[in-house]
Design a protein around this ligand. Structure first.
Ligand code: URA
Length: 447
């Protein structure tokens, strides 16, 4: 089939055949489709949408466009369990991967975790790992397999060998206003997960100002697509929609977040981060077939209490060339040497710490990127000194900011000075997990 005919069919709103979608993905991967045809096709998909079946074929074709990790070649997990991963849509202060991946691996799960860089005001696991001196995430497929077989967990980046069709499509979407298409977002995310050779996937879809979706209905729709495509691609999948209207934990900024993840693995972390990490690791054990519903949470808690989780993180850091002494000596992680305080403007109760504003403040400091090529500074960040519900006096410090230069501090303060809201009454306690969507939930839906 010619590119022109496939583009025309989608432009006119038709459902594409498997062959047409594979031709498109193949043409993207081997560059036989020039940029103008790929972008015309992406715009046609953006405007006309896709069915779940079309998006699933696209996902598989993108996954098959490059190298795949097949952990079963090197490892035979015990008890018939299957390799399992977790993916977050990204939030502010979200360092849960650094806690739950070692915990799940310490419980016997096999965790090949391909992560991304921060996007916009949300942080990315790769940027946090880059704060650990020496830590390498740019591994070849062979190194990924080797590391996984040594430690049961590997934290790595998408290389040129992995899903090249997705790589090219994403780069073109980025410059042609076609990123915000749910079938394209969902197939892009799941295609990379399929290349990991996993059999199960837990999705953490963030809802609130610190994530990409403020709106529960939108988050639910994306979750349904992610779960639908993933299940049809043979992965047991669950999406947890979790609250991201306030930062997760008390530290935001790459090295600071590594410090907080280590603290949490030592049982000394903030309650929200520990609780979310335990919930997600528990779901990983269950979906990955490592433990049953009745024992999984107990096993994760035991790995935390006994220190096996933090020891696993030390082992992962060493296996990937990082400095394992950061576990005992957080001073080995970078920290900007200038500090400023943000203070409460009046007496009252903290009713809100707005994750979105804190995230934008962190980007202004240099902890994230305002454009794709921007460098990230691992040592800058923000410590939250109070929690929602705390009573504060006027002038009391609510945040400590670590910064490098006055211009970036001033740009960050524009966001941080209005991030905390003070009122009369404590906000109601709200559960972190808002709802769960799995294969059964979506069976009845027609997408
Ligand atoms: N993350 C991805 O990997 N792909 C998208 O399209 C959006 C976010």
């Amino acid at each position: 089939m010619r590119a022109l005919d496939i583009i025309r069919l989608k432009r006119d709103g038709h459902v594409l055949s498997r062959e047409a979608i594979k031709t498109f993905a193949g043409g993207v991967a081997d560059s036989s489709w020039p940029d103008y045809q790929v972008t015309a096709m992406l715009m046609a998909i953006f405007l006309r949408g896709m069915t779940l079946d079309e998006a699933t074929v696209l996902t598989q074709a993108m996954a098959e466009s490059g190298a795949r990790l097949d952990p079963s070649d090197v490892l035979r997990p015990e008890n018939g369990s299957t390799p399992v991963d977790k993916h977050s849509t990204g939030g502010v202060g979200d360092k849960a991967s650094l806690v739950l991946a070692p915990l799940a691996a310490a419980c016997g799960a096999l965790v090949p975790m391909m992560s991304g860089r921060g996007l916009g005001h949300t942080g990315g696991t790769l940027d946090k790992l880059a704060a650990i001196p020496g830590f390498r995430t740019g591994l070849s497929v062979e190194e990924v397999r080797q590391t996984l077989s040594e430690t049961g967990c590997v934290l790595f980046r998408q290389t040129a060998e992995v899903a090249p069709a997705d790589r090219r499509m994403y780069a073109l979407r980025d410059v042609t206003a076609t990123v915000e298409s749910i079938p394209l977002i969902a197939s892009s995310i799941i295609s990379k997960k399929v290349t990991e050779g996993i059999g199960a996937l837990v999705l953490d879809v963030k809802v609130g100002s610190g994530g990409f979706m403020n709106d529960l209905a939108q988050a639910r729709e994306l979750s349904q697509w992610l779960v639908g495509i993933s299940e049809r691609s043979g992965l047991r999948t669950e999406a947890l929609l979790t609250r991201m209207d306030t930062p997760l934990g008390r530290r935001v900024g790459n090295a600071s977040e590594v410090r907080e993840a280590i603290q949490t693995l030592k049982g000394e972390g903030p309650e929200d981060l520990e609780s979310l990490s335990v919930i997600l690791a528990t779901r990983m054990l269950i979906l990955g077939g490592v433990a049953g519903e009745d024992e999984a949470a107990g096993r994760v808690r035991e790995a935390l209490r006994s220190g096996r989780g933090v020891e696993k993180f030390r082992q992962i850091i060493a296996a990937q060339g990082g400095e394992p002494r950061v576990i005992d000596d957080p001073a080995l992680l970078p920290l900007a040497d200038r500090e400023a305080l943000v203070r409460a403007t009046k007496r009252g109760v903290i009713t809100r710490i707005d994750a979105g504003r804190v995230g934008h403040g962190a980007v202004a400091l240099g902890a994230g990127r305002d454009h794709a090529d921007a460098a990230v500074d691992p040592g800058v960040g923000i410590d939250l000194l109070v929690d929602e519900g705390a009573t504060v006096n006027a002038g009391e410090p609510v945040m400590r900011v670590y910064y490098r230069d006055t211009a970036s501090l001033e740009a960050a303060l524009v966001h941080l000075q209005v991030a905390t809201e003070v009122g009369e009454a404590a906000p109601p306690q709200r559960s972190l997990v808002m709802e769960t969507i799995d294969g059964r939930t979506i069976q009845a839906q027609s997408l």
